[in-house]
Structure formats: structure tokens, C-alpha cells
Design a protein around this ligand. Structure first.
Ligand code: ADP
Length: 220
């Protein structure tokens, strides 16, 4: 059975870091809509030109644009055997579209990463990303382990924009917990632990969710 995974949680919860780890351990692509948009902005594509100002103020790129991007990406060959989505869906309309896109591909596993708000603000105001490849750098690291690039603050990681992103999260993305939580494949993990502890809890949550998803007696 393919691992079709989505990660829910507020900005700064560690979704990207954890999605990266799962993609590596399960050999599936990590699809981060934030990364896709940042690359589009850097390359000056039409989507990038539309998204730039929206992202800088902490707002959402329109649903139809995001749904189109994800639909196209999930159609690619490497995503057929599973994927981990980071940053999508962020609205109920995006979630409904995703249900449609994956309806013939087996169940969605939905994992929520829970972190208190004060901790989110602390993490985002202090985190650095690599200027070259955009990777988020862990606390204490002084250079990018992937490409050796310079470390900078993300242009939307300043306090007023962080507050706005958290507000938009509560209004538009948090309702997704209600959208998904009655499904047998929904799990929550505690995101205010060291990254390797969160990873361990996540892998256990995926296993147990998978068992919940599989019909009785089915083999993976
Ligand atoms: P965060 O670290 O805040 O979770 P991301 O890197 O996932 O941020 O996304 C950065 C920005 O990109 C968001 O604030 C938003 O403007 C835009 N974005 C990313 N994914 C989506 C989406 N699914 N729908 C709308 N906008 C999105």
C-alpha cells in the first residue's frame, strides 16, 4: 500500500524537517508547497510573481493556483508509490480537492504536529535557512550541511508576519483538524520535543495509522 501522508500543524511546528526525514526513511518524495513557491519566486515565473507579495505579508496563495500545482506534482511518476505533503492542504477547499485527487490511491494518512504558540514564535524568530538551497538549518548549526551556503533569515520570519501567519493558520488551516480527525487514519504527535523524539513518535503514528487504514487481514 502506498504511503500517502499529509502533515498538519502551524507554521514553525517542524513539518518540513519531519517531512524530510520521512521522505528519506520511506523513499518517497517530499512535496513542500512553500519550497515550490519560493523556487517559483526565485525563478520569476508567473506563479512566483503572483506569490511573492502574498507570501511576504503572510497570506495564502489562491486555492485554485495551489490545487493546480499539487495536482500536477502528484501526477508525476515518483509520487505514485506514495508521497509526503508539507504545507498542503491549508484550507478546507484544498483538502476536498486532495481527497478527490487521491481517491483512487488508497487512504490518506494525516498527522498533526502540536506545538504551543509561544514556542512557535520563538522558533520562527530564531530559525535560519540556507540562502543557496532554502533548507531550514537546525539550532546550533553554523553552515548548510547540504550545499555549504550562507545562512539567512527567511523574509517572512519576522515578528509581524509571523503573527499574521499564525492568525491565518487559526482561521483557515486549523479547521482541517476537524475535517480529518474522525478518520481512522488521523493521528496527533507532540512537536515540542527534540527533533529525533518527534521523528520516533511520528514513525510510530504512521505505523499505527496504517494499521487503522488496512482492511482486516490485508498485507501491505
Ligand atoms: P511555514 O513555515 O509558515 O509553514 P511554508 O514554507 O509552508 O511556511 O509556506 C510559506 C508561504 O507560502 C505561506 O505563508 C503561504 O503564503 C504560501 N503557501 C504555501 N503553501 C500554501 C498553500 N497550500 N496554500 C496557500 N498558500 C501557501
Amino acid at each position: 500500500m502506498p504511503l500517502n501522508l499529509i502533515m498538519l500543524g502551524p507554521p514553525g511546528a517542524g513539518k518540513g524537517t519531519q517531512a524530510e526525514h520521512i521522505a528519506r526513511t520511506h523513499a518517497i518524495p517530499k512535496i513542500s508547497t512553500g519550497d515550490i513557491l519560493r523556487e517559483a519566486v526565485q525563478n520569476g515565473t508567473p506563479v512566483g510573481r503572483l506569490a511573492k507579495g502574498i507570501m511576504e505579508r503572510g497570506d495564502f496563495v489562491p486555492d485554485d493556483v495551489m490545487i493546480g500545482i499539487v495536482r500536477e506534482r502528484l501526477d508525476q511518476r515518483d509520487a505514485q508509490a506514495g508521497f509526503v505533503l508539507d504545507g498542503f492542504p491549508r484550507t478546507v477547499a484544498q483538502a476536498a480537492a486532495l481527497d478527490n485527487i487521491v481517491s483512487a490511491r488508497g487512504p490518506l494518512i494525516v498527522i498533526e504536529i502540536v506545538v504551543p504558540e509561544a514556542e512557535l514564535v520563538r522558533r520562527m524568530t530564531t530559525r535560519l535557512v540556507c540562502e543557496g538551497c532554502g533548507t531550514t538549518i537546525g539550532p546550533g548549526e553554523t553552515s548548510c550541511g547540504r550545499c555549504g551556503g550562507r545562512l539567512v533569515q527567511r523574509s517572512d520570519d519576522n515578528e509581524p508576519v509571523i503573527r499574521e501567519r499564525l492568525k491565518v493558520y487559526h482561521e483557515r488551516t486549523r479547521p482541517l483538524v476537524e475535517y480529518y480527525q474522525l478518520r481512522p487514519t488521523f493521528r496527533s504527535v507532540n512537536g515540542s520535543q527534540p527533533p529525533d523524539r518527534v521523528s520516533a513518535d511520528l514513525l510510530a503514528a504512521i505505523e499505527s495509522s496504517w494499521d487503522g487504514a488496512a482492511p482486516k487481514g490485508a498485507h501491505r
